[in-house]
Write a protein that binds this ligand. Sequence first.
Ligand code: ADP
Ligand code: ZN
Ligand code: ZN
Length: 761
Amino acid sequence: MKKLANIIVDISHEKVDRPFQYRVPEKLQGILSPGMRVFIPFGAGNTMRTGYVIELTDEAEFPEERMKEIAGLPNESESPEQRMIALAAWMKEQYGSTMIAALKTVLPARQKVAQKEKQEIELAIPKQEAQKYLQECIRKHQTARVRLLSELTKEGVLPWELVTKKLNIPASTIKSLMDSGIIARKRMQYYRNPVRMEADPEKAKLLSDGQRRIVENVLFDYDAGSRKPTLIHGITGSGKTEVYLALIEGMIRRGKQAIVLIPEIALTYQTLLRFYKRFGDRVSVMNSSLSAGEKQDQCERARKGEIDVIIGPRSALFVPFERLGIILIDEEHENSYKSETMPRYHARETAVKLAQLNDAIVVMGSATPSLEAYSRAVSGEYALYTLKERLTGGCLPQVYVEDLRQELKDGNRSIFSKRLQEKIEDRLTKGEQIMLFLNRRGYAGFVSCRSCGYVCKCPHCSVSLSEHMNRKIRWGSAGQKMQTVQENKLVCHYCGYEQPALTVCPSCGSRYILGFKAGTQQIVEQLAKSYPKARVLRMDADTTRTKNSYEQILSAFSNKEADILVGTQMIVKGHDFPDVTLVGILAADLSLSVSDYRAGERTFQLLTQAAGRAGRGEKPGEVVVQTYQPEHYAVQYAAKQDYEGFFEEEMMYRKLLSYPPSSHILSVQMTSEKEAEAMLAAAEAADIARSCNVQKQDSIIIGPAPALIGKINDIYRYGVYIKNKDYQKLVEIKNRIEKTRASQERPKANCQFDFDPVNTF
Ligand code: ADP
Ligand code: ZN
Ligand code: ZN
């Protein structure tokens, strides 16, 4: 039982860096937990203050004799802040973070941003007296006073702006009237509201049988006390959002509040509008384009119960609701739900924990659920519902898989296969719209043979090797110029295996073994050459740098200002384009071959979602998938739109190679300016992991090995990967590594943990 507690006296974001240590009195030992409020004697005068326990420990930061003791517990019910601190403590443990970083993640930044103020001017004397005074001003021809007082005697109060601008009353007049006590200035605080929409309220749609069954069951189970998470597997357009809206309505009727997580990229005006039409001012939004003040105000509005629904990306989880009832996670499979900075939390697991702390439920939905979520649904840990029909009519598109190896054999060197060329021409003559989709991911140096589709893979890990360009600077002897030498090699990011780069294909001898070089820019140029009359829009990270460009491009395309939209994965999300009847996926392999065990899953998701863009209106749609690996199961199942089939096969590989969700992975990354230190620290971590593994031998330990990008800005990075079916075992290993490092006077290198990483390999 821990006998000491670290306590913060103020929970504002900036003060969490300075916790104070107190002794836990015997009567409170075993009772205290992070997040609880306590009374403490504070400062030189020992005035009683309330503080929050953020951590319980046995490690004294200064001699215990000099430490003060916690005085007691206030008699009160739990607040959202307490639950957030408890959540931070859980995140610290589960994801390997400092408590400070965890607290800063969950507590709203309460910086110096001033509360917005509204100022008004009101009469400070009774109306009758004001009337008399007004007559006097009229007599004296004090026109400014007359203007102001005649308005004020009518209205009682006036907005400050109106007085100074529209009525054009000089500041000196206002001041002298205030000084003589005739009028007074009223300051009122108000909250910025980022959702300002003119929208007619909309009633709920009559739900389909499938939708109604989900809504009724989830709410029935909730009322019956079940808090099991729910997964809705429904194709795009099957009415998931309508189900979310109905669930939120049900929760509001029960006096509860809702958090809706949506990937930032899908958080479009259209989506927001739908929520706004249903819930009006009771809904608000959080996203990265809000100012610190706006964000703070949304938290304040939530805390005060002025809103019932908040919509936002993963950080919207930390909006403090007093009566949280439901957390919805749309597009549950999205990678953006995993934080890439410490604490590297996953919004799905964190939402489940937050729901547990609030006695709330989690409902998530996707057309292509993550293997994590779906395997839990299959095992019964989550409730599973399926929606299989598009409610707006329109059938699933016809999918063609085109073999790019064959195209090359037939002498076609263009980025467009023959079938795609034919279909583009056909659509242009008919005046129907086209989307061309290129996956940019995988640029990271994967190498394949254009003739036979061969991909260089690691002999030990079954992931593809990445091409590394090593620029080495070589100094000649004195007086000579320095030279840069380029050395290419192929590297495995899982085990560190490397080999020289290839110049001919080991499988067929072709020289066409190289990275796929076409970017969206090249595609647009190619289109301009082949179809000079076609109007082309391009959307990728380069064309969407400014705040509204994403929406602008989408709405231009939707207004039929262009025939063809070319883009990266961004274009597969969000909008409905009823006139798109052709979707071209230019190289499905680019996502297959990244050196990541999730490559198959990503490819399946992208192909399914891209295909879901075609034929959303009356006219039937077609999809052309170009690939060097037409036989790949992810391509095959995506073409058939068979999620279950894909899931079964992919799970088999994950089990075979102990990848999540069949097993969990802890990645330990050591960084240092000195390569030897990073390497040594990683070796030390690997040793600790191995010593934890002596008895049961249930972990698989890989490394130490250089990380994906072995060196950034002269900082060397080394990693250790530990796989174990039992997540808590990995937490234990993490804690052992942390403890060892804490006991060292000067730990070598910097250490970062990442559980079930999504991007770092
Ligand atoms: P998803 O979120 O699964 O993509 P949506 O909820 O956005 O699906 O629904 C797709 C389309 O179908 C939307 O235009 C929506 O207005 C419409 N829709 C959803 N539910 C119904 C319903 N019960 N009756 C009629 N139209 C519906
Ligand atoms: Zn390997
Ligand atoms: Zn080959």
